[in-house]
Ligand binder design. Structure first.
Ligand code: 5GP
Ligand code: MG
Length: 181
């Protein structure tokens, strides 16, 4: 698995340090707010598990699973494959995301959750690729772990064809790997 990586973009230590910093900010932000922390599956699971342990306030965890109708990068038409089990009306909601790329998925998630009238709704994304943002998407993340260049990354929850999610760092695949799967 490591052999398939061309370049490590973010090391385990860099990710850990950034999560600790974000944790301090989010702990202050959500003190006494009993937030619902929403993870968007599946890419977020590794970040989610590390991040919530640094948000040191009482909170509730919930998850959504989206799917797009066609492929990954196409029309951007999304649907809810699995919805929250929590009633978020009047609650403070924090969305955790692995990556903010074209913005289709976050935009959809935000609209979906807003319709349930939460008291507040904020976004924390580990990675932001602003260069890839689709025209017309004005949404901004409230908290960003790292802004990265326009490259396809894997590891720390992020997959290529469902592989590499369990790498402890974030890296770029060797070009020849794309011909393997
Ligand atoms: P969006 O384009 O809607 O902002 O992102 C949709 C999804 O595409 C992300 O949640 C993630 O699963 C996937 N994605 C976007 N960029 C990357 C990337 O660089 N690497 C991987 N593995 N997945 C990505
Ligand atoms: Mg995702």
């Amino acid at each position: 698995m490591e052999n398939d990586i061309q370049q490590i973009l973010l090391t385990q230590a860099q990710i850990e340090n950034r999560i600790r910093e974000l944790g301090q900010v989010l702990t202050e932000e959500y003190r006494d707010k009993d937030p619902v922390i929403v993870g968007v599956l599946k890419g977020v699971v590794v970040f989610y598990a590390d991040m919530v342990r640094h948000i040191q306030v009482p909170c509730q965890m919930d998850f959504m699973w989206l799917s797009s109708y066609a492929g990954t990068d196409s029309t951007g038409t999304m649907k809810v494959r699995q919805d929250l089990t929590t009633d978020i009306k009047g609650r403070h909601v924090l969305i955790l995301e692995d990556i903010f790329d074209t913005g289709n998925s976050l935009n959809f998630t935000v609209e979906h959750l807003k319709s349930r009238e939460p008291a507040s709704l904020k976004i924390c994304t580990l990675l932001d690729k602003p260069e890839r943002r689709k025209a017309g998407i004005t949404l901004k993340a409230d908290y960003v772990g790292f802004t990265i260049p326009n490259a396809f990354v894997v590891g720390y929850g992020l997959d290529y064809n469902e592989k590499y999610r369990n790498l402890p760092y974030i890296g770029i695949l060797k070009p020849e790997v794309y011909d393997k799967f």
